[in-house]
Design a protein around this ligand. Sequence first.
Ligand code: NAG
Ligand code: NAG
Ligand code: NAG
Length: 341
Amino acid sequence: MTLPPPISLLPLLTVVSLICAVYPVSGWRPWPHLRPNSSDLLYAGSKKFEGSSEFVHLRYHMGPVLTANITVHTIWYGTWQKPQKKIIREFISSISAARSTHPSVAGWWKTVQLYTDQTGANISRSVRLGEEKNDRFYSHGKSLTRLSIQSVIKSAVTARSKPLPINPKSGLYLLLTSDDVYVQDFCGQVCGFHYFTFPSIVGYTLPYAWVGNSAKLCPGVCAYPFAVPDYIPGLKPKKSPNGDVGVDGMISVIGHEIAELATNPLVNAWYAGQDPTSPVEIADLCEGIYGTGGGGSYTGQLLEAHDGATYNMNGIRRRYLVQWLWSHVVSYCTGPNALDQ
Ligand SMILES: *[C@@H]1O[C@H](CO)[C@@H](O)[C@H](O)[C@H]1NC(C)=O
Ligand SMILES: *[C@@H]1O[C@H](CO)[C@@H](O)[C@H](O)[C@H]1NC(C)=O
Ligand SMILES: *[C@@H]1O[C@H](CO)[C@@H](O)[C@H](O)[C@H]1NC(C)=O
């Protein structure tokens, strides 16, 4: 059957290219496609495309991917509560947990492991928590730019006491900003992005991602579906699995960015599109899709916990809602809770 390009893809490409025309980084927001008159009204009768399309040409551009055991070094910027950190740490630890209940976060990562480099080496199965750094006193203020983010990372790796280790081969640097911090383009265009640091600023080329807590600024944009935008009448938010709308919303964005960092750490490996300054990566292709049938403004089939919370995968001790990823093997978006698995 010939399907039109996924409805979520059409506006996405526009959004991504708009952002990237100016900044060569990949941005993300969960639903550029949900607008009044969105095309899902047109396709209301056929929701079973799950982001599948023969028009998507995700290609490998010969650059490195993360085949060595991955270590995630976290920088907590601003004010973070212990329970919030725990939700996020346990998500990262769940990625390569040996035993977890199906559908699991580890099952979600299997799609990432399908990607290889020139030598045929797969992306590592192992993702572990590394050192952490607290930047409690907002070293670079409460409004960060894309460049000042690199200065925050520099401060963390050059700190006099307990600097983060420099690990360009298998380290990922995850900068998380608290809900009172604004980052350039946050909310309007992006909920998170990834790139790599410049030797001229940081001294090294380190793959990093930033994800912000949107609880105060724009939960309806970046913590959907646990909060919903005001302009959509009658849409009710779902109950979040860990009781923290902002942080539960960050989880899917963190997953999005880590998956893309692993497959495209220097933005020269796995992406679709002709233009390397506006790459469309494995998570971009599936944004807003969390379950079978997802697409347009529909999340797809989700699971409901006994307390009424919405989720789609199990971590080691908690439940999470994480967007699906593009599999280049089958050419569609998939996740551990897919009904055909
Ligand atoms: C939605 O579509 C209707 C009918 O085509 C049109 O009259 C209306 O202006 C559109 N609204 C928006 C916000 O584009
Ligand atoms: C490694 O990648 C190949 C090609 O996508 C895939 O067939 C294989 O299953 C992958 N191995 C693992 C352990 O995921
Ligand atoms: C990678 O991690 C696995 C466990 O997840 C461990 O058995 C292995 O020794 C590690 N390899 C290296 C090179 O550290």
